[in-house]
Design a protein around this ligand. Structure first.
Ligand code: SF4
Ligand code: SF4
Length: 438
């Protein structure tokens, strides 16, 4: 794609990067076929190619974002299916991230929307506040039934539909908190390695059993696990809201904490059980590339970050004890398959450990979770969830496995089939407790 940035504009490293990305696009449109919002809405401006044009226009003319640009960028899930499909290697992720930051800095959203986004950015990365918000949401949940339900689908959400979506996603009850930050879980038997396990924010409140399963499995296989004390939210949630100052501050804090731990006691890897977080931590090196004080350390931390299945693929697991008749629908989270290009490995691990693993039809399409997307764009998210659940039902599974808490909550909202994390099944197969399957 031809671009017309001035030399002065290209002196800005972000614009130089955007220029490189835009020039790689040959506007072939292959990406439109796998873009969930284009598949649902059929509007070119809700396709990757359409959004790329909108972003190009905004950046090249150095214009503040218009309402139209904001509408179509807000509808993008950042699922990155377009990056998997693109034959020219266009890095849509870095382009849309930049557009979201510009929108956040230069576009005046309506007051209620600004307040809603500010509350999400405040609450979601803080487990204590998130826990409190879930308790309040549970109390307020009966009110959701009293709120009017729109009769027709709308890709332009109202405040009411968003509040309804938030209340609907609140769980009926919360489990007790998991292991505290700073805990160290020694290897059982001879120590073969030492890793940090990302504690996450929403996941540690909604499903601490996931990291507990990871700790059980790892220590059983001779790996010492540490929950690093000063670690905080990885920054993914605010990053996707365009609040880069917050996201980068969190990234720097984590880099300092993990680097100190690695220097003090050694770390073979930083393991992540929430693939949405893993994608962002693996991108710290890029996000902080212009930061003289952190660029090198950020690149090192990104190289240390691994999805839990990547790490398990590199060690020999105990012989499977799983009975072998459990049919698993493996839901491939977008952040894992498109963001981190991890596709076959989780399925191979499950198959090798005795599960009957089946692919979900249209597995490239997002379930609609996408960070805060199901709260901010509930109608599109619900349609994607219903489509995902219908595809899953076609393979008649006993259980659905996924590697991302956001997807697990989203899919569980539309099905009675149990939804568990891949690590819970692997823990079970290698000697851990049977996860909550009915
Ligand atoms: S597939 Fe790639 S090159 Fe083709 S239009 Fe989409 S982003 Fe551009
Ligand atoms: S990230 Fe997903 S929703 Fe956004 S343009 Fe790409 S395929 Fe479409």
């Amino acid at each position: 794609m031809k671009t017309e940035f001035s030399l002065a504009q290209l002196a800005d490293p972000d614009i130089a990067e955007a220029n490189k990305i835009l020039r790689a696009c040959v506007h072939c449109g292959f990406c439109t076929a796998t873009c969930p919002t284009y598949v649902l809405l059929g509007d070119e401006l809700d396709s990757p190619r359409g959004r790329i044009y909108l972003i190009k226009e905004m950046l090249e003319k150095d214009r503040p974002p218009t309402r139209e640009v904001v509408k179509h960028i807000d509808r993008c899930l950042s699922c990155l299916a377009c990056m998997t499909t693109c034959p020219s290697g266009v890095n849509y992720m870095h382009l849309v991230d930049q557009a979201r930051v510009r929108i956040e800095q230069q576009y005046a959203r309506p007051l209620t929307e600004r307040m809603l986004r500010a509350v999400l950015a405040l609450v979601l990365p803080r487990p204590d506040l998130f826990r409190l918000s879930m308790v309040l949401a549970r109390i307020a949940r009966p009110l959701a039934a009293l709120l009017p339900t729109p009769e027709t689908f709308s890709a332009t959400p109202t405040l009411l539909s968003r509040i309804k979506a938030m209340l609907a996603l609140a769980p009926g009850r919360l489990p007790p908190p998991g292991a505290a930050a700073g805990s160290v879980f020694p290897a059982l038997g001879k120590r073969r390695g030492r890793v940090a396990l990302l504690q996450g924010c929403a996941q540690q409140v909604l499903a601490p059993r996931i990291n507990q399963a990871a700790i059980n499995l790892l220590t059983r296989h001779g790996i010492e696990v540490v929950l690093v004390k000063d670690e905080q939210c990885c920054g993914a949630l605010t990053h996707h809201l365009g609040r880069d100052d917050d996201a980068l501050a969190r990234a720097r804090g984590n880099i300092a904490a993990w680097t100190a731990e690695a220097e003090r006691s050694g770390l073979d890897a930083i393991l992540v059980t929430t693939s949405g977080c893993g994608t962002v931590i693996k991108d710290y090196g890029y996000m902080l590339r212009e930061d003289r004080d952190f660029a090198l350390a950020a690149a090192r931390i990104s190289a240390l970050a691994k999805d839990i299945t990547e790490y398990l693929g590199s060690i020999e697991l105990h012989k499977s004890q799983q009975p072998g008749d459990v049919v698993v629908a493996y839901h491939s989270a977008c952040s894992l398959q498109h963001g981190q290009k991890i596709t076959g490995l989780p399925k191979d691990l499950l198959s090798k450990n005795g599960f009957v693993v089946k692919d979900v039809p249209e597995s490239h399409l997002c379930c609609g979770s996408a960070g805060t997307y199901n709260l901010l764009q509930p109608d599109i998210a619900n349609r994607l969830r219903d489509r995902k659940v219908a595809n899953i039902a076609m393979i008649k599974p006993d259980v659905i496995a996924a590697g991302n808490i956001g997807c697990m909550v989203q899919i569980a909202g539309g099905t009675s089939v149990p939804v568990v994390h891949t690590i819970e099944l692997l823990d079970w197969a290698t000697g851990g407790p049977r996860p909550g399957l009915s």
